[in-house]
Design a protein around this ligand. Structure first.
Ligand SMILES: NC(=O)c1ccc[n+]([C@@H]2O[C@H](COP(=O)([O-])OP(=O)(O)OC[C@H]3O[C@@H](n4cnc5c(N)ncnc54)[C@H](OP(=O)(O)O)[C@@H]3O)[C@@H](O)[C@H]2O)c1
Length: 321
């Protein structure tokens, strides 16, 4: 089968289309014929092997999982003997390492039926970004009447967060660049701040929840724009520091949380079935529609990952197979 294989760390040129063995299906496995695979900043980070401190986790001296991509939408091709929830022919979406390929192996726990009415491209855009947005808003206890600021509102996670926060009854302010103001307004934001003109951390507005998907302001400045019982949800990693990335910021957030400051503990999301079901319900209710920036064919997966790596995707980027 065709797959986009990475045999060493480096720029996105290391992602090369190749013919590799079809995966073997174990008893617990669901083999998915991939129709579309979402692209996340993590794909770019693992391609580069950044931050260096994470390489023992990614794999030394090259990535343990040679095929990038984790978000998938496709059709079940085969199931293992212990699989009960899925059968060949089912349309599914979810999480599966090695999704930039014609076939990928997943487990029942990380898949769900593809939401009715979504294309495979739209469905592949949902899993990780949607799950992070959902969990971040839960961490901030977002609900009716709460005023939520989403920094990075036009990105993969931000476009889900704006829509889910609105569905939860919140008033939403989205922060993005001038080029994306219309998109953020169109998905329901009540207010939009253009970060190329205004710095929300220096204005007089106060927010019950700040969801930070960018990490471009010190935590202390983000805390200053919270209401008295507000909550900061830090969810961003900058990779300028090639050794440690945002480890210092993550540590700082943990310390602030320990000290009783209004900071949610940083979290790493692995997509679970419950996330997919909750997101499917929001999609079925018409509250969430994935925002697609653009799609790339599998043979151009490297360009798709490079586009996301530049940090200004408008919604989600998807690889089609
Ligand atoms: N906790 C977890 O498990 C988890 C999982 C996945 C991702 N993440 C992290 O979450 C973050 C966001 O991920 P994503 O998938 O949403 O990334 P993304 O799709 O690349 O979006 C990044 C967004 O940041 C915005 N941005 C860039 N500079 C900005 C600035 N100065 N002010 C405001 N916005 C700015 C961009 O908007 P403009 O182009 O409009 O500026 C872009 O839309 C990343 O750091 C990623 O590592 C965490």
């Amino acid at each position: 089968m065709k797959a986009v294989v990475q045999s060493r760390y480096g720029s996105t040129e290391v992602l090369a289309p190749r013919d590799i063995e079809t995966p073997v299906v174990g008893a617990q496995d669901v083999l998915v014929r991939v129709r579309a695979a979402g692209v996340n900043p993590a794909d770019w980070a693992v391609t580069q092997g950044l931050p260096y401190i994470a390489r023992p986790v990614y794999g030394l001296p090259h990535p343990k999982v040679a095929v990038r991509g984790t978000d998938v939408a496709g059709v079940v091709a085969a199931v293992g003997s212990a699989v009960t929830r899925f059968a060949p022919g089912d349309e599914v979406f979810g999480s599966a390492p090695g999704a930039y390929a014609e076939l990928v192996v997943a487990t029942e726990e990380t898949l769900a039926p593809k939401p009715a009415g979504l294309t495979f491209e739209q469905a592949a855009a949902v899993p990780l970004a949607g799950a992070v947005a959902l969990r971040a808003l839960r961490a901030g206890d977002v609900g009716p009447g709460r005023h939520v600021l989403v920094n990075g509102a036009s990105g993969g996670i931000g476009t889900f967060a704006v829509q889910i926060a609105k569905a939860l009854g919140a008033e939403v302010t989205g922060v993005c660049s001038a080029a994306n103001v219309d998109v953020v307004r169109a998905i329901g934001a009540d207010h939009v701040v253009d970060h190329t003109r205004d710095d929300f951390t220096r204005g007089g507005a106060r927010y019950d929840v700040v969801l930070d998907n960018v990490g471009n302001h010190p935590l202390s400045r983000l805390l200053r724009v919270l209401t008295a019982d507000g909550m900061l949800v830090p969810n961003a990693g900058q990779l300028e520091n090639r050794w440690f990335a945002s480890a210092g910021r993550v540590l700082g957030a943990h310390v602030l949380a320990l000290l009783g400051r209004r900071v949610a503990r940083p979290f790493v999301v692995t997509v679970e079935r419950d996330d997919l079901i909750a997101l499917t319900e929001l999609i079925a209710a018409g509250a969430v529609v994935p925002v697609l920036d653009r799609t790339y064919p599998l043979s151009e997966a490297a360009a798709a990952v490079a586009h996301v790596g530049r940090g200004h995707a408008r919604g989600k980027v998807v690889v089609t197979v």
